[in-house]
Ligand binder design. Structure first.
Ligand code: ZN
Length: 248
């Protein structure tokens, strides 16, 4: 047994691993208990190669969703590990975001890596959605930056936590309607002047915890586009999916 394994065993004995959602004691750190695991809907194929939204029925791999043809997204592709909607998925994201559990970022990054294998190997840079410094001070950490850091370790793709900067403080998106969300984050981001040269022609993946309306990640994508980035992707732990998005 290595020293690290001895420490791990001692830590598990003093602080037994808990389910990330319901706090039930489990066998391994950074996992979910069986009932919570079953209640989470992880996204798998068949899915739209652009938006990453799972299709309601099996379709050929190259088929785009009708919605992505109708309204071209500001990004080139998006992938999410799970659907955001069930009570358990909401608790998981809230634990990470508001309840001081940044360690959830490690399993979250592993789930994202599994869901985005097809685009991770084409990427040059990971860039988390930034928090305004006022919100960063309140929460003490940026959950998206924690996920990007963990994903960088898994994928060996460099991450630039300060590539995108909040140019102004914005209202919380929660509770806002789609149009108001877009207005709220319009021109809210800029590229860090120190990194401008690193963006041109590079494939950048924006990392966030949840995609709801897509307004925030869309604004980040447009900011990167204006700065001359190549392919732009959005990777999230969870995303809201509407029924009309699930058909080719
Ligand atoms: Zn549980």
């Amino acid at each position: 047994m290595t020293l690290a394994q001895i420490f791990q065993t001692a830590r598990d004995w003093i602080l037994p691993p808990h389910c990330l959602i319901c706090d039930t004691t489990i066998l391994t750190n950074g996992c979910l208990c069986a009932p919570c695991w079953k209640s989470i809907r992880f996204i798998d194929k068949p899915r739209c190669p652009i938006t990453g939204v799972p299709f309601a029925h099996p379709w050929p791999a190259h088929m785009q969703s009708a919605q992505s043809r109708l309204v071209k997204p500001p990004y080139d592709y998006a992938r999410a590990a799970m659907l955001y909607g069930s009570e358990k998925s909401r608790i998981l994201i809230a634990q990470m975001k508001f309840r001081d559990h940044p360690e959830i970022a490690i399993p979250a990054a592993q789930w994202i890596a599994r869901a985005s294998r097809d685009i991770l190997n084409k990427a040059d840079l990971l860039a988390p959605v930034p928090l305004h410094r006022r919100r960063l001070f309140q929460r003490r950490f940026n959950q998206s930056a924690e996920i990007a850091r963990a994903l960088s370790q898994i994928s060996q793709i460099p991450h630039l936590p300060d590539l995108l900067i909040r140019a102004r403080h914005t209202q919380q998106q929660t509770g806002l309607k789609r149009r108001d969300r877009e207005r709220n984050v319009a021109r809210a981001f800029i590229i860090n002047p120190h990194h401008k040269k690193r963006v041109k022609g590079r494939s950048v993946l924006i990392i966030d915890d949840v995609m709801t309306s897509g307004a925030t990640s869309g604004e980040c994508a447009q900011t990167l586009r204006r700065a001359g980035a190549g392919a732009i992707g959005v990777l999230t732990v969870a995303r809201v999916v509407h029924p009309h998005e699930t058909h080719p």
